[in-house]
Design a protein around this ligand. Structure first.
Ligand code: SAM
Length: 339
């Protein structure tokens, strides 16, 4: 297999790393801005937004996407920050759809703007929506997100269903002593609505660096608590990283867990990320990034960009080490990376 000049990364074939993992899923952050201030992600104020000229333009984002499609990416997630606050998002989605007619394109959103945007986004080419929701109690939702917006999110969810952005997935970050008493309530909600509720372990990716190991509620604890009330059966039907379960009594809805801290799934990770300002990251916890924006703005060819991406992928590390004493938290918060 031919190799690129700067490394031993294969110059053709799929995007592969030295452990044989293939990058087939790209999370594209379209903005670092967010209209929430979730306590486990962002400070209440003071996080400076990137200047507009540092954010990739629609044309730049689409050019990068086209390259990744050529390199074998099969699914993308449009994320942020809060992706729906990027002006004219449906226009960008349409450009993405044209660049990848067969791509699985999903949106990760807090849902606040879906009431008006779900239909245009579906029409432009989004296939599915994942909506974050950490509490079904109005006061707690407001405390966790620092915005009193639960009703708006629920209306957004209904709009997403009507627009056909299904199956709807819900992302719920479980934090010990904050919302872990709601996991059974969320399971009941999944049964009532048919949604797949995915419980995410709390990760050290908050801007304030206030994460505490003691507040991580292991995925298996979540499953045990739900299973005592609503017995579950593994259905193995969902792609990584969530392990998914159906209800034993065949009720609608599903439960997923994303055990990033207690049972990392690095061995089978197929994910890559592009930040809003064009930094390519091969791991959520990566300490190294590869700049694609400056080369693009200096006139790099697609071949040059491909070399940068292949080399970065080849350097992908074995996995993050959250549970190890030498773990170093990345400078960027989840909102700055693109979750
Ligand atoms: N704004 C969009 C949303 O709310 O889904 C997309 C970006 S948000 C950063 C993506 C996901 O990351 C959300 O589900 C959020 O709850 C999750 N997240 C943020 N900080 C986290 C942390 N410290 N640990 C675990 N998940 C986190």
């Amino acid at each position: 297999m031919p190799e690129t000049a700067t490394s031993r990364a294969p110059a053709t074939g799929p995007l592969i790393d030295t452990f044989g993992r293939v990058g087939s899923d790209l999370r594209i952050s379209v903005t670092d801005r967010c209209n929430f201030r979730c306590t486990y992600c962002m400070p209440s104020e003071g996080l400076a937004w990137l200047p507009k000229d540092e954010i990739l333009t629609f044309e730049e984002l689409t050019r990068v996407l086209r390259l990744f499609v050529r390199l074998g990416v099969e699914s993308i997630k449009v994320t942020g920050g809060e992706p729906t606050v990027r002006a004219d998002l449906p226009v960008l989605v349409r450009m993405f759809r044209e660049a990848g007619p067969d791509l699985d394109i999903s949106l990760t959103t807090n849902g606040t703007l879906l009431e008006t945007l779900a239909a245009p986004l579906a029409e432009a080419g989004i296939d599915r929506a994942t909506v974050s929701c950490d509490s079904l109690l109005r006061h707690r939702f407001a405390e966790m997100t620092r915005r009193d917006a639960l009703e708006k999110v629920l209306r957004g969810l209904r709009a997403a269903e009507e627009a056909g952005l299904t199956p709807i997935k819900i992302n719920c970050v479980v934090i010990g002593g904050t919302n872990d008493d709601e996991v059974v309530g969320f399971a009941r909600w999944a049964r009532d609505t048919g949604y797949e509720v995915r419980f995410i372990e709390y990760m050290p990716l908050d801007a304030q660096h206030a994460w505490e190991r003691e507040k991580v509620v292991p995925a298996r604890t979540v499953l045990e608590r739900i299973g005592e009330v609503f017995p579950l059966v593994a259905d193995g039907g969902s792609a990584e990283p969530a392990t998914t379960y159906g209800f034993a009594d065949r009720s609608p809805g599903r439960i997923g867990v994303i055990p990033s801290v207690t049972e990392p799934f690095c061995d089978s990770c197929n994910r890559m990320r592009l930040t809003a300002e064009g930094q390519f990251r091969t791991c959520l916890f990566a300490l190294e990034e590869t700049d694609l924006r400056e080369p693009m703005r200096r006139g790099a060819s697609d071949h040059d960009l491909e070399g940068l991406v292949r080399d970065a992928m080849w350097r992908k590390w074995a996995g993050h080490r959250i549970d190890h004493p030498d773990f170093v938290q990345p400078e960027r918060s989840m909102s700055m990376i693109g979750g």
